[in-house]
Write a protein that binds this ligand. Structure first.
Ligand SMILES: C[S@@+](CC[C@H](N)C(=O)[O-])C[C@H]1O[C@@H](n2cnc3c(N)ncnc32)[C@H](O)[C@@H]1O
Length: 410
C-alpha cells in the first residue's frame, strides 16, 4: 500500500442512519463526537470502563448502548465506522489494527497518522454542513480547521455567503422573526440569517433597528408604524403588505421586537398568512420580559426569593371593563410580576395591587429602552411607583419589575 502520509484525505459524507458505529473510550473525545453521530442517526455502541457524566446521561437516556468494560478483539464486528479514543495506547493500536482488518473506517485520537479516517471540523448554517479538512490531520492542529470552519459558518449565518434558495425562488414565504429587545447582538443566528436573505423587511419600532442599516440597498424596508390606515386598521394593513410582497415572489421578513408571540400579535399575522395559503416560519426571539430585567442585573427568579414570575400586559387599566387581567389574583402571588406596556397605567396598576394585598413597600424597577444605548433604570416602591416614574420622566418602552428580585445586588 502506498504511504498515506503524502496524500490528502478524500472527503465524503457518511450516511450513518441505522448503521453501527463503535466508539472506544468514554472521555472528552467521545463526548464531543457523540452528538453529531446521534444527529446522523448512527446506532452507537460505546465501550469503556468509565465515561464522563454527559456520556453517561446519553446512555441512561437510551441514545447509545454502553458496555462498561475495556476493548476486546471482535468489538468492531459489524461496524461501519469506529472512533478509537481510549487512554490505553495498546488497546488503541489493537483496535486500529482490527479496523484495518475488517475494512472499518477508523478515527484515532492518539495517532492521526495511523488512522484510516480524519474528523473534519464541522458546523451547520442555512441548511448547509461545512466540513473542513486540511492536508494535515485536523487532530494535529485542531485550531486551524476550527478557525476556517468558524469563518465559513459565521459568513453563512450573516448571509455573506449566499446559499441559493431551493426551487425556483418564486415560492412565497414569510418569516416572523423575533428580533430581541433592541441590541443587535441579541437576535438569534437564524433570525439574522433570514434578515440577510430578505428582499422585503417589515419592521417594528421596537427591536434591533440598527440591523436595518446593514441591509443592502435593494432590500425594501417598510416601517410597520408608518403603514397607512388608522390605528385600528394597522394590523390588517401589515398583514396585507406581508401577503402582497410574498405573492410577488419576494422573501419577506416581518421583524418584530422581542419574541413574536409575546404581546407581539405574531399569531394574527401567522393566521392571516395561513388563510392566504402562504407558508410562514416563526423564529423565536429573546423577549424583553426576561432580557430587559437581566440587562440591568435583575433575575426574574432567584433561589429562596422568587420561584415564579408572571408576565402581564399593563396597557388596559385594572378598572377598565375590557381588562382581561385578574389583578386581584396577581396581588396574591409572591413571585415576580413583570409588566409590559404598563408605564401609562402604572398608577392604577400599583393602586390595584396594593388594594388587593401586595405590600406597598415591594421593590419596583422600571427599565426603559433596555439593551439599547439609551437604557436606564429607575428604582421605586410599589405604593409610590407612578410618582417616581413621573418624577424621572420614565417613558415607554419600559419593563416594570415588581418584587423582591428588583432589590437584589450581585
Ligand atoms: C407590544 S409589546 C412587545 C413585546 C415583545 N414582543 C417582547 O417579547 O419583548 C411592547 C412592550 O415591550 C416592552 N419592551 C420591548 N422592548 C423593550 C426594551 N428594549 N426596553 C424596555 N421595554 C421593552 C415594553 O413594555 C413595550 O411597551
Amino acid at each position: 500500500m502506498p504511504s498515506a502520509a503524502s496524500h490528502p484525505a478524500y472527503p465524503a459524507g457518511l450516511r450513518l442512519a441505522g448503521r453501527k458505529v463503535v466508539v472506544l473510550g468514554g472521555g472528552q473525545v467521545a463526548q464531543r463526537r457523540l452528538p453529531a453521530l446521534l444527529t446522523a442517526g448512527a446506532d452507537v455502541l460505546l465501550v469503556s470502563p468509565t465515561v464522563t457524566a454527559s456520556v453517561e446521561a446519553m446512555a441512561t437516556a437510551g441514545e447509545i448502548r454502553w458496555e462498561r468494560r475495556r476493548y476486546r478483539a471482535g468489538d468492531l464486528e459489524g461496524a461501519w465506522y469506529a472512533i478509537v479514543a481510549t487512554d490505553d495506547a495498546e488497546a488503541n493500536t489493537a483496535a486500529s489494527a482490527e479496523a484495518e482488518e475488517r475494512r472499518v473506517w477508523c478515527v484515532r485520537s492518539d495517532d492521526a497518522d495511523a488512522a484510516s479516517a480524519w474528523t473534519p471540523a464541522t458546523g451547520h448554517s442555512a441548511g448547509v454542513t461545512v466540513a473542513v479538512l486540511t492536508t494535515e490531520p485536523a487532530e494535529r492542529d485542531p485550531r486551524r480547521t476550527a478557525a476556517v470552519r468558524d469563518s465559513l459558518v459565521h459568513a453563512l449565518d450573516e448571509g455573506r455567503v449566499a446559499v441559493p434558495r431551493q426551487g425556483n425562488g418564486e415560492t412565497p414565504r414569510v418569516a416572523l422573526v423575533g428580533g430581541g429587545p433592541g441590541d443587535p447582538d441579541l437576535i438569534t443566528v437564524r433570525g439574522r440569517r433570514l434578515l440577510a436573505e430578505a428582499d422585503v423587511v417589515v419592521a417594528d419600532r421596537l427591536g434591533p433597528r440598527d440591523l436595518l442599516a446593514e441591509l443592502p440597498p435593494h432590500v425594501e424596508v417598510i416601517d410597520a408604524a408608518k403603514i397607512p390606515y388608522g390605528r385600528a386598521m394597522a394590523q390588517e394593513a401589515i398583514n396585507e403588505a406581508l401577503i402582497a410582497h410574498a405573492k410577488a415572489g419576494k422573501s419577506v421578513v416581518r421583524l418584530k421586537g422581542g419574541d413574536p408571540f409575546v404581546f407581539g400579535r405574531g399569531m394574527e399575522e401567522a393566521q392571516a398568512l395561513a388563510e392566504a395559503g402562504i407558508p410562514c416560519t416563526v423564529v423565536p426571539g429573546i423577549s424583553s420580559a426576561v432580557s430587559v430585567p437581566a440587562a440591568v442585573g435583575i433575575p426574574v427568579t432567584h433561589r429562596g426569593v422568587a420561584h415564579e414570575f408572571t408576565v402581564v400586559s399593563g396597557h388596559v387599566a385594572p378598572d377598565d371593563p375590557r381588562s382581561l387581567v385578574d389583578w386581584q389574583a396577581l396581588a396574591r402571588l409572591r413571585g415576580t410580576l413583570v409588566i409590559l406596556m404598563g408605564v401609562d397605567k402604572l398608577g392604577a396598576i400599583a393602586e390595584a395591587l396594593v388594594r388587593h394585598g401586595r405590600d406597598p413597600e415591594t421593590p419596583v424597577a422600571l427599565v426603559q429602552e433596555g439593551t439599547t444605548a439609551a437604557q436606564r433604570r429607575v428604582d421605586a416602591r410599589l405604593a409610590t411607583a407612578a410618582e417616581t416614574a413621573r418624577a424621572h420622566d420614565v417613558r415607554p418602552p419600559a419593563v416594570i419589575v415588581v418584587g423582591a428580585v428588583a432589590a437584589l445586588d450581585a
